[in-house]
Design a protein around this ligand. Structure first.
Ligand code: DAK
Length: 258
């Protein structure tokens, strides 16, 4: 499907979703969010890892679109916030791994989009931050919650209260970003990680993701119960039989995700 502000490219089982509105540094306006919602709903079934990145040279996403937000009424702002939340939730709920490749500015809604992915790799040129309080609002697409879960309360408060823009090295130091790569090696790194992932059982990966997410907000005992049940569920699957058979036959496994 053809979109105006995003672009989806697929190579084998790995798809790359570009937020591609470079004239506004890929800022998220309503149209872009609607296109994202639609693309996430209709991802081809054979995509097994999704990389999310920014089109153009300068930005991942420079935030929600300030020009559009400036004119919103209360009711429209609620609607805009709800749309943004739906997009972030849809991204987070995908049963496949999602990797944010932060290639430049990831501010406000841009950091929130990256945080809704499973993990973030950043280029040396990346700048991340949540500057909303400087605009008289707070992060509106889940940033107060997702950032806190990733870096802890004190770091999240520091970033959100100051609105500081941090570089990739600092973002790595606080655990927001996993690795920092040279700008021209960022996507290659993400694809290499994705290639490793697609060799494994899609069924097991999606279960692992589901269990990690479901357990994160529970106490350890309840979380381990979720794991125990999911572990049992995988036995008898084609992937489990194939994975173990392939090991015993000393050959690489061919997984079907069933
Ligand atoms: N929105 C709209 N346009 C943007 C934009 C943005 N966030 N960021 C950049 N642009 C546009 C610029 O206006 C400029 O457009 P023209 O003037 O060329 O037409 C073009 O992109 C290039 O930007 P610059 O000329 O400014 O480029 P520089 O390299 O000089 O500066 C910059 C790059 C990223 C430092 C600067 O553009 C900047 O500070 N941008 C704004 C960053 C920011 O504050 N982002 C956070 C936005 S707040 C909520 C829902 C959501 C949210 C909050 C509440 N509710 C529903 C309650 C989320 C809020 C945010 O994300």
């Amino acid at each position: 499907m053809a979109y105006e502000n995003i672009r989806l490219e697929q190579e084998g089982a790995i798809a790359t979703l570009f937020i591609d509105r470079p004239k506004a540094l890929n800022a998220l306006n309503t149209k872009t969010l609607q296109e994202l919602e639609s693309a996430l709903k209709s991802l081809p079934a054979d995509v097994r890892v999704l990389i999310v990145t920014g089109g153009g040279e300068k930005a991942f996403v420079a935030g929600a679109d300030i020009a559009e937000m400036a004119a919103l009424t209360d009711a429209q702002a609620q609607e805009f916030g709800a749309l943004g939340h739906r997009v972030m939730a849809a991204l987070e709920a995908l049963p496949i791994p999602t990797i944010a490749a932060v290639n430049g500015f990831a501010l406000g809604g841009g950091s929130e989009l990256a945080l809704a992915c499973d993990f973030i790799y950043a280029s040396e040129k990346a700048k991340l931050g949540l500057p909303e309080v400087g605009l008289g609002v707070i992060p509106g697409f889940g940033g107060t919650q997702r950032l806190t879960r990733v870096v802890g309360r004190a770091r999240a408060k520091e970033l959100i209260f100051t609105g500081d823009r941090i570089d990739a090295a600092k973002a790595k130091e606080i655990g927001m970003v996993l690795e920092v790569l040279p700008a021209d090696g960022l996507l290659a790194h993400c694809r290499a990680v994705a290639e490793k992932i697609v060799k494994n059982s899609p069924l097991a990966i999606s279960k692992a993701k589901q269990v990690i997410e479901a357990g994160a907000d529970q106490d350890l005992r309840a979380a381990n119960d979720i794991e125990r049940k999911a572990f049992g569920d995988l036995f008898g699957s084609e992937d489990q039989r194939e994975g173990m058979k392939a090991f015993l036959e000393k050959r690489p496994a061919t997984f079907t995700g069933k």
